[in-house]
Ligand binder design. Structure first.
Ligand SMILES: [Zn+2]
Length: 187
């Protein structure tokens, strides 16, 4: 995978893996079942070579990675930055990146991983490093878990004032509606 847009991609994929592959509640509903093939097809579309290399046998590894990333999001949501950093360091140690120049159509480009790198270690490294870079840039507070009732999906807050609390507009709106109803019934 190329270095350009590395952080953005890693953050986006980490968020999508956690939200698609860890059980719990999604925007008001209990997630009945996990569909790794569908989630991975959608998530890895961001990197066509990864999508092309994806095999059925990779699914369990991605589900495991998603669980580990959820733990990191949970630590960061609770401002347990030391614990998040320890876990990220473990992931980075297990799946090191290997920056190197590779020639593509006569142009040298900086890559993080060999073209034939195994998918799960590669994405472990990409996601962990992207989150680690955010923490290193004092942006640990931008990772969160949705505060809406019956939702535990995660988000990365890219808003200007870092005030995001919900995974989606769906949760923001249904929380508003619930608060309105509660006020109406109470008064
Ligand atoms: Zn939500």
């Amino acid at each position: 995978m190329k270095l350009d847009s590395y952080v953005d991609t890693g953050i986006l994929v980490a968020q999508q893996l956690v939200n698609g592959l860890t059980p719990g509640f999604d925007r008001g509903k209990r997630m009945e079942e996990i569909d790794p093939a569908g989630v991975l097809a959608a998530t890895l579309a961001v990197d066509p070579p990864s999508l092309a290399a994806l095999k059925k046998r990779d699914e369990a590894g991605f589900v495991q990675l998603a669980r580990q990333l959820r733990t990191v999001f949970g630590h960061l949501d609770r401002a347990e930055i030391d614990a998040a950093a320890r876990r990220l360091n473990t992931l980075l140690g297990e799946s090191p990146a290997n920056p190197h120049l590779a020639k593509e159509d006569g142009v040298w480009r900086l890559h993080r991983h060999p073209a034939d790198a195994a998918l799960v270690p590669m994405w472990t490294s990409v996601c962990a490093e992207a989150i680690a870079r955010m923490i290193g840039a004092q942006n640990a507070g931008r990772f969160g878990i949705c505060v809406a009732a019956n939702c535990d999906r995660v988000f990365v807050d890219t808003s200007k004032n870092a005030s995001r609390r919900f995974c989606s507009l769906v949760c923001q709106n249904r929380t508003k509606v619930a608060a309105f109803r509660a006020r109406k019934n109470g008064g």
